[in-house]
Design a protein around this ligand. Structure first.
Ligand SMILES: *Cc1c(COP(=O)(O)O)cnc(C)c1O
Length: 308
């Protein structure tokens, strides 16, 4: 594998805590539920994003690029993580952002990206849809010839390899690994890296999200394409949508465990898991590890309603 340059080591990446949940939360349904706190990785590059980016940065450096270019929305955890990781790697960063924002509607996320030195390029929703189109990517390469292009969500082989390295923090004690799904890169990387006998459950916070199966399947090693399943029941109206019930669930979860969940991904996942527990979905001897993939910076949009 490609060596990571020295200054990338400013971010610790292999020692996030595993926090067992209060037995009151999961008994008598399963044996154990714990959370792998990737949200505690770094104040900005929290969660799974750093893992998806680390080999992308190394690859960009090995190609002799002096910048990375990637894609995201105005609240994107991926963009802010890219801005910080690129800076740590000594690379410039350029973001192609969905939607034509004015100076007045720069989100806190984009403001932080800018502080990290990221160049923000706003494009129409129509243009943004071309983000995976080879011809469009050629045009971008011609405009930014020294930039390595990382797909939205870090969804490439380096992203999956990096996400797979999260498996080093997953003790073999656990029988079920639960995580949120956006691009599916983290799930694919982990499914490939974990023992095939471990069950991997992905929670997609979008309507009809289980279509993601078609995107994930081709990226799995055939022998690893077993023991995994997606759920999309807990989207709360669609990606980014929320209601009072979700917010009060997140508050009571924090009250019990002092774990802040994020409103887009992990809040919805833990809500779903709680319902699955009560429905007897998991075997009684299951030892579950839920991955806290971070994303807490996005909570500023509901800050006044959260206890944390
Ligand atoms: C990006 C993100 C995900 C989804 O990760 P993918 O690899 O794109 O599936 C899950 N949780 C959080 C908090 C995220 O920011």
């Amino acid at each position: 594998m490609i060596a990571i340059s020295g200054n990338m080591a400013i971010m610790p990446n292999d020692n996030c805590p595993i926090q067992p949940l209060d037995p009151l939360w999961f008994q008598p349904y399963v044996q154990q539920v714990a959370m792998l706190r990737l949200d505690m990785l770094h104040p900005v590059v929290s969660g799974n994003k750093w893992y998806k980016l680390k080999y992308n940065m190394a690859h960009a450096l090995s190609l002799g690029c002096d910048a990375v270019l990637t894609f995201g929305g105005a609240w994107s955890n991926h963009l802010i993580a890219t801005a910080a990781a690129a800076r740590a790697a000594g690379l410039k960063s350029i973001a192609i952002i969905r939607g034509l924002h004015g100076q007045d509607d720069i989100t806190p996320t984009l403001a932080s990206c800018h502080e990290y030195g990221m160049e923000l390029v706003f494009v129409s929703k129509e243009e943004y849809k071309l983000k995976d189109d080879p011809q469009y990517l050629n045009t971008l390469s011609a405009t930014y010839p020294s930039a390595f292009i990382i797909p939205e969500g870090g969804a490439n082989e380096w992203g999956r390899a990096g996400a797979g390295s999260i498996s080093h923090q997953v003790p073999t004690y656990y029988t079920h690994i639960c995580l949120s799904v956006g691009s599916g890169t983290t799930l694919a990387g982990l499914r490939n890296a974990l023992a095939a006998s471990v069950t991997v459950y992905g929670y997609v916070p979008m309507k009809r999200g289980i279509y993601m199966r078609e995107e994930i399947e081709p990226t799995l090693h055939p022998a690893q394409n077993i023991n995994w399943q997606l759920f999309d029941d807990w989207h709360f109206g669609g990606f980014g949508k929320r209601n009072e019930e979700l917010i009060s669930f997140m508050n009571s979860f924090y009250d019990m465990h002092r774990i802040p969940l994020d409103i887009i991904y992990t809040g919805k996942m833990m809500y779903g898991i709680k319902q699955q527990l009560a429905a007897g979905f998991f075997p009684a001897d299951a030892r579950m590890l839920c991955i806290h993939t971070g994303g807490l910076q996005g909570n500023v949009s509901v800050k006044d309603k959260l206890l944390f």
